[in-house]
Design a protein around this ligand. Sequence first.
Ligand code: PLP
Ligand code: ZN
Length: 463
Amino acid sequence: MKTEAAYQKCIRPTCGAEFAVRETLFACPKCGDLLDVKYRWDKLDRPTNLAWFERRWAERRDPLALSGVWRFRELLPFAGRDEIITLGEGQTILQTADRVAEYAKIRPGRFHLQYEGLNPSGSFKDNGMTAAFTHARLVGARRAACASTGNTSASMAVYAAANPAISGLVFVGSGKIAYGKLSQALDYGVRTLQLVGDFDACMARVKEVAARFGIYLMNSVNPFRLEGQKAIMFRVLEALNWEVPDWIVVPGGNLGNSSSFGKAFAELLELGLIKKVPRLAVINAAGADTLYRLVNDEGLRWNGGAVDDAKIDRFYAAMDAAGRRAKTLASAIEINRPVNLKKCLRALDLMCGVVERVTDQEILDAKAQVGRGGLGCEPASAASVAGTRKLVERGLIDPAERVVCILTGHLLKDPTATVAYHTKTDAELAETYAPYGVRAAAFANRPIVVEDNMDAIIKAMEE
Ligand SMILES: *Cc1c(COP(=O)(O)O)cnc(C)c1O
Ligand SMILES: [Zn+2]
C-alpha cells in the first residue's frame, strides 16, 4: 500500500487546503473547518467489483482479513499492512428481524438490524478506533485523549490497553455516563478524568489539552475514525449480497457515523463499485435535536460546501441564550453541538437524507422491542427503530422498502435504563423519568415476585 496516495483535505470548497496523511491535525489550520481523508485512487491497487472482497473470507487466520474493517482495507488505504492496529473488530451481523419489523411497520423480510454491539468494546466505535489508533501509530503518537459520553472512552480504553505504546486519557462528564461504559474505561485501566461538566465541556477541554500537550485526539473530529466507520456500510452491502438497500437509518449524536456512511457511498460511487446510493435517515432524540432543528426548521443544507455558518452561529447563540441543553436518556446522543455537523449535511445531500426526532418514551419502547427480537441494544441505538416507525407513519418510508437500522451499542452498556423499564410500575417510571417525559412501559417484562413454596411458584409459572 502506498501511503503517499492518501492525504488530508479541508472540506470547505473555498479553502480546500491539503495536508500529508502523516500530519496530526484535527481541524484545517487555514480555516478551522473539518478535514477529510482523501485518496488518489488511480495510484492505488483497488478492486473492480465488491465481490472481490469475498476472497478474504478464505484468509481469516490473517487478522487483517478477520477484521470487519481491514478486510476492506483497499477502501481506506492510508496505512501500510504493518502499521495497522486491529483487535478483530467488526465481526458483526446483519439480521433480518421480522419481529422488530412488525413494530417498525416494515414488511417481513425487508427490515434488517446491523448489530454493532458485537464489537470488542460493545459499540460501533471500535470500527473507527482501530483506524484512528492506526493513524496515531503512523504519526508516532505516544498519548491519546478523548471526551466521551461513554462509548468512545470504552473503545479507546480497549485499544490503549492492547497497545501499551499509546497511553490513553479519557474525559467523561459527571452524572450522565452509563455504568457499563464507565466500568469499561476503569477496568481497562485508562486514566479517567470525570469532569464537573457535560459532554460539550469535556470536548472543549480535551481539545485544549490536546493542542497544548500535543496529545493525539481520538474524538470523531478525527477524520481517520470516520474512515474506519465506513466499513459498517461495506459489511451491510456484503450481507445483502452487494445489493444497495433503500434506507440506512442511524441515530445521530456527534454525527460521525452518518458522515462516514455518506463518505463510504460517495467513494463507492466514484470507484464505480455501486450504481445507486441508499437514502439516509438520521434520528435525533427529541431532547437533543440540534440537527433536526437546523435542517427541518432552519433549512440548513450542505449547499455544495457553502454551508451557512452564520445561521449555525445564530442557532447556537439562541440555544445558549435560552439555556437549552441536550437532555435525553439516550446518553450516547445527548449532544448540543454535533462536531461533524457539516459532514453530515454533505451525507444528507448525497443520500437524499431526512432527519427525524423521537421521544425518550419512543426510544425505550423501541428498545424493548429490539430486545424481544433477540438482539438487544442501548437506548441511543433504538432511536433508529423508533425513527423508522415514525418515518413509515409519516409516509416517508414505504413499508415495502428495504431498511437497515444500525444498532450502535450493546444492551449491557446501560443496564440502569433497561432494569428501570422492566421493573418499575408505570407510576414509578413516570416519577423517576419525569424530566424525560417517560410515562409508561408498554412492553415491560416485569419479574414476578413469588413466595418460596411450590404452590405459589406453580401459580406464578402459569399465570
Ligand atoms: C457514539 C454513539 C452514537 C452517536 O453516533 P455519532 O456518530 O456521534 O452520531 C449513537 N449510539 C451509540 C451507542 C454511540 O456510542
Ligand atoms: Zn480549510
